[in-house]
Ligand binder design. Structure first.
Ligand code: SAH
Length: 251
């Protein structure tokens, strides 16, 4: 198994592939003030195994297109949707978020949790705008600095991992520049990282290593995940995901 296959194997059994929470997804949905009086068309980009997709399907009268480029995650999402009785509201599409096969103005809402960094926030919000109806809503979470300055170690880490990391004011400015009107912003609280994401991940390490005969490659992956968790333990006061709720303005 190569590294990507190992990562998929580690993460596919999880309810989520990044920090988040049901209460926070619901909060973002409330803040987006979507028109619930008619059926909605929603796309969830970088959906993983469907943490937000499944919740949106349960909450809304909506047709949801769930997009990811890993078929294993989409298969898992479908099986969860079936178990939870919402498969009829969800279509899965395997494609890359930077080459979406949708028509102009197709969606009332674009949703994306913990995924847009894969193509970059600016590139993502600017490329996806055309798929929104006029006045449509964009709800996107993005790694965000929580303070104006931070310790050099964590600064260097995120600049290496994701050069676009920035403070919320810069992300809001970027949304404005790309034809959105920011309506709300909040920060994912600590438990979205720990109880919701890192703790379940930690509990899967042993089984994962055993499945792969304690191979060098599997141990490298676990070590990298543990480093990420340790960084969060030390520096979690300085970064989180910001959740940005905006409306499309103009044509
Ligand atoms: N939204 C989910 C998953 C977040 S992890 C959650 O909150 O749990 C990021 C997801 O983006 C993964 O499922 C990964 O497979 C997907 N992804 C990464 N790069 C992608 C790309 N270029 N196109 C589509 N999906 C991508």
């Amino acid at each position: 198994m190569d590294e990507l296959e190992l990562l998929v194997d580690l993460h596919r059994g999880a309810a989520r592939q990044g920090p988040g929470g049901e209460a926070e997804t619901k909060l973002a949905l409330d803040l987006a003030r979507v028109d619930r009086s008619r059926p909605l068309r929603i796309v969830d980009i970088g959906c993983g195994t469907g943490a937000s997709t499944l919740l949106l399907a349960k909450e809304l009268n909506a047709e949801i297109t769930a997009v990811d480029f890993l078929q294993e995650f989409l298969d898992e999402l479908r099986s969860r949707a079936h178990e939870q009785g919402v498969l009829d509201k969800i279509a899965t599409v395997n494609c890359s978020m930077d080459a979406l096969p949708f028509a102009e103005g197709e969606f009332d809402v674009i949703w994306s949790e913990g995924a847009i960094y894969n193509m970059g926030f600016e590139a993502g919000v600017s490329a996806w705008r055309r798929f929104l109806k006029p006045g449509g809503k964009l709800v996107v979470s993005e790694i965000t600095w929580l303070t104006a300055a931070r310790p050099p170690e964590i600064q260097a880490h995120w600049e290496r991992e994701y050069p676009e990391v920035d403070v919320a004011s810069a992300k809001l400015e970027s949304l404005e520049r790309h034809g959105y009107s920011p309506g709300a912003f909040f920060v994912l609280p600590r438990h979205c990282w720990t109880e919701a994401y890192y703790h379940p991940l930690l509990s899967r390490f042993e089984g994962f290593l055993d499945r792969h005969g304690q191979s060098e490659a599997a141990r490298r992956i676990v070590a990298a995940e543990k480093d990420e968790i340790a960084l969060y333990e030390r520096y979690g006061a300085y970064y989180s995901y910001g959740v940005y709720v905006s409306g499309k303005v103009g044509e």
